[in-house]
Write a protein of this length. Structure first.
Length: 159
């Protein structure tokens, strides 16, 4: 059965987006000891440069996912986006919401003319690594703010 996740495009600073980003930051504190410190410009997630989605289960905002343009060029890709803020609240995990969000991010990136998706995650997020690998992502050289961090892992996928 397909997950019943209602995906809506919102701004990075939308109240539901902001509340979910705060929750993911708290999860980073629990897993890594500090929040994500990579610089984020909210405008980078506005169309056509990017996209920010909130997933709703009924009336409840339960998931986020976003992409923004990236200068990373790997795997033969010519135009990349970086996936950011992939998150599903703990109490709604295991329902396919992350996979549905990732598929929508890939589809919208492809629709916007991009042929490569890159992302960064960490070793203390094994479920995320499993999701990305099962969705066809392969490990690539580090990039961005955490490119040299020992717990960081980067992945890419041609669309």
């Amino acid at each position: 059965m397909q997950p019943s996740l209602d995906l809506r495009t919102v701004g990075y600073l939308h109240p539901d987006a902001a509340a979910l980003v705060a929750r993911v930051q708290q999860e980073y504190v629990e897993r890594y000891g500090s929040p994500d410190e990579s610089p984020v410009d909210p405008a980078g997630f506005d169309l056509p440069e990017g996209l920010f989605l909130v997933g709703y289960d009924g009336a409840d905002p339960v998931a986020t996912g976003a992409w923004r343009r990236s200068e990373v060029r790997v795997l033969g890709g010519a135009s990349a986006v970086e996936v950011k803020r992939m998150f599903v609240v703990a109490e709604r995990r295991g329902r396919g919401f992350a996979r549905a969000m990732l598929a929508e991010l890939e589809d919208t990136a492809r629709g916007a003319g991009h042929d490569l998706v890159v992302l960064e995650t960490g070793l203390r997020q094994p479920e995320a690594i499993g999701l990305y690998r099962s969705a066809g992502y392969e490990e690539i050289d580090g990039f961005g703010f955490y490119q040299d961090a020992p717990l960081s892992r980067c992945f890419g996928k041609l669309l």
